[in-house]
Design a protein around this ligand. Structure first.
Ligand code: CA
Length: 222
């Protein structure tokens, strides 16, 4: 899962980015509205956290611009405390949710997870599951059909969560690489094959199909 965090307060941005990474997200950060808008246009994110009070270009304009372009990425806006009009303006401009500052990081993580699940059609409030595969996001583990939970590395976790949120869909290697690595990372699709192999070893080889020249697909049923 890859998220864009647009926040000009550097300390807040770095703290949030660290918490998001700890929760298994790949994070790209931007410190102003122009850079944030650009990244949101050229990169494919699973969600965006967008501060509304930004230098260069206000967050509200950034959001309106994306929506006018048909970009429907889930967006959680961060608003100033007690600024109810900002929350209303944010929702009217197409935000999926909002959070007033100051907030607890846990609440942001919960809201972010909710908007991502809503966008993918997955149920909220229950463990993410596909067939007899169940993902324990709190402990970054996967369990297959009542077996023992298996721990996942950070990259395996991101990759499996992305597969599970897109179960049954053909996912190109390029798309998978984009969702599990940050903008500035060395995106090597050979490395992706290694991670797919490791995931198969944990959940069963046949669950992730290889479609020649097209990519991979997580089967909805074993
Ligand atoms: Ca700000």
């Amino acid at each position: 899962m890859r998220v864009l965090l647009v926040e000009d307060d550097e300390t807040l941005r770095e703290n949030l980015a660290a918490a998001l990474r700890g929760a298994g997200y790949v994070v790209d950060g931007a410190g102003d509205g122009v850079e944030g808008q650009y990244l949101g246009e050229v990169e494919d994110y699973d969600a965006v956290i967008l501060d509304l009070g930004l230098p260069e270009r206000p967050g509200l304009e950034v959001l309106k611009h994306w929506r006018a372009q048909g970009n429907d990425v889930p967006v959680v806006v961060l608003t100033a405390r007690d600024a109810w009009h900002e929350r209303v303006d944010g929702l009217k401009a197409g935000a999926d949710d909002y959070l007033g500052k100051p907030f607890h990081t846990e609440e942001l993580l919960a809201r972010l997870d909710a908007v991502i699940r809503r966008a993918s059609g997955a149920n909220r409030g229950v463990r993410l599951s596909v067939g007899d595969l169940e993902l324990d996001e709190d402990h970054q583990q996967v369990r297959v059909a009542g077996g023992e939970p298996q721990p996942l590395t950070a990259t395996e976790f991101r990759l499996l969560k992305y597969f599970m949120l897109n179960a049954g869909k053909i996912l190109s290697k390029q798309r998978l690489v984009e969702h599990i690595y940050a903008y500035d990372a060395d995106r090597d699709s050979n490395v992706l094959e290694v991670y797919v192999r490791r995931l198969r070893a944990k959940i069963g080889k046949e669950r992730i199909e290889t479609l020649r020249g097209q990519g991979y697909r997580l089967r909805e049923r074993p």
